[in-house]
Design a protein. Structure first.
Lengths: 163, 163, 163, 163
């Protein structure tokens, strides 16, 4: 059985660059999460597909999986309308939409594309990325993803033998 | 038959105060709309009930009714987090969520409550208000409203004999 | 304003033929309803579009409008699988899905198409028909219909001056 | 991580008793499926929770998982209104609702409860049951179940080491 979300050729997941963490006690690096499955949800607070689908799904994943197995993390990858999707606005968004997931703000890049978004070669938002316990990027999907498929894919990564 | 949305005691609808109009050719005053039914949808761009329900319903009303009979208007009544729900942010929101309805930005008041919101005694967002052809406030409802009820209420106001 | 559900050329609504009434105290003829708006919902109990959309919408209409203004009636127009969509099965369906709307069972015809369905020239199920206070057929639509449009159309027929 | 669907104390899954198979080439026994995960969805064709939620979810599971790993099976456990939920009616239901999942008709019991339903101690419909590769009953849940939880639970059973 091959979950259609999973990449045929995993590659090492690059480290993310975060300017500021919200909903978190302190900085969270990818290396700190080695040994756990990582769900990385890249979004923009004024992107309709994120607000209506991606962010609520990320909250469901955050509530469902045991944090000892799965780290669910949002990353605010603003590539347009930077002035109005700033840290202060994001803080209000997370508060009003009751999002408790830790969210890192992607670091601005040399052009409109922020650094983590560039490094992961994301094509837009929302994007869902799964990283396995060994730090390999195993899924990378833009747009709406079915709960059934993402639930099964995450569980498969949880169940893999330790590297 | 009494539509439960309609007020037992209509009162004259107060004029609104708008600092800036978006999606409009110029200022729109309540007096300019005399003779038409007015749907006034008060919202905030980061209020979940507005984004998920009120704004999409307002777009449906805007597309469904003949503009010669019904003027559908949004009013951005920001009463919290003023700094991040400013005109520039609202412009991005309307663009990204493809909202074509004319939207007026309520004028700041002496306290956190903007002037139109205060004058209409709105209790929060989203709020749906219906004004009849004679300028009387006929419905005023906070929260989620069924399409069936609002469609019937607007049609009833359309059908009333001219004042 | 022309509601897109309303027919350009109304015709007198034919009387229906009903073999048995469920959820009703006795037979209900179209002539008995003169002076009221009539919502006629033609369905089959094993038609997915009926079960998922048409029947729940009919229940909403039945609960929303004042019965002094609007008579909401279902008609079970079985044109396929007659053996398993019989009166006994329909009774169970209405009970299990908690449908309280009066439902007439269309009388079998010479072929597979029952008499009322034939007389109204219905093309399938679900079909929504609106009849005005004067007994004229004003709307006839197969498939899914938006609550907003049907609410406004019914209200328009309620509001028309008595014939 | 413990999926809340999974039972604390698995027990051997009893064999089912089927009077007739639909959507299947021939009889399917639980013993024939040893080595695969089994999803057993117990439903009645006129139970609203089944029609609106359980049956569509079962179809999604049937389409998503590889049949070499997971056997998805419906069982029609009629415990009320037996006369109208007979084999012929079920055949029409599956056809009209485009259900392709293999469905066994539970064998009538001494009372209203059919034999498989009795043997599995089901309390009603819809009921979702998961059986692991070794034939142990691992989940048994009545009512609506989230896609996320069921997707993860099935994947976990797929991933368990062979018994």
């Amino acid at each position: 059985m091959t979950n259609p979300l999973l990449l045929a050729k995993p590659v090492p997941a690059p480290e993310w660059s975060v300017a500021e963490w919200l909903n978190a006690d302190g900085p969270v690096g990818l290396a700190d999460l080695r040994g756990r499955v990582v769900v990385l949800h890249a979004f923009q607070m004024l992107c309709p597909g994120c607000v209506l689908h991606g962010v609520p799904q990320t909250t469901k994943l955050f509530q469902f999986f045991d944090p000892r197995d799965v780290a669910v993390i949002g990353i605010h990858t603003v590539f347009e309308h930077h002035a109005v999707m700033n840290a202060e606005a994001l803080r209000v968004f997370l508060h009003e939409f009751r999002v408790k997931v830790p969210v890192g703000i992607d670091v601005a890049g040399d052009d409109r594309i922020p650094q983590t978004m560039r490094r992961y070669e994301m094509r837009g938002t929302p994007s869902l990325l799964l990283i396995d316990r060994a730090g390999m990027l195993r899924a990378h999907k833009m747009g709406q993803v079915e709960d059934l498929a993402v639930g099964a894919a995450i569980q498969q990564l949880i169940d893999e033998p330790a590297p």
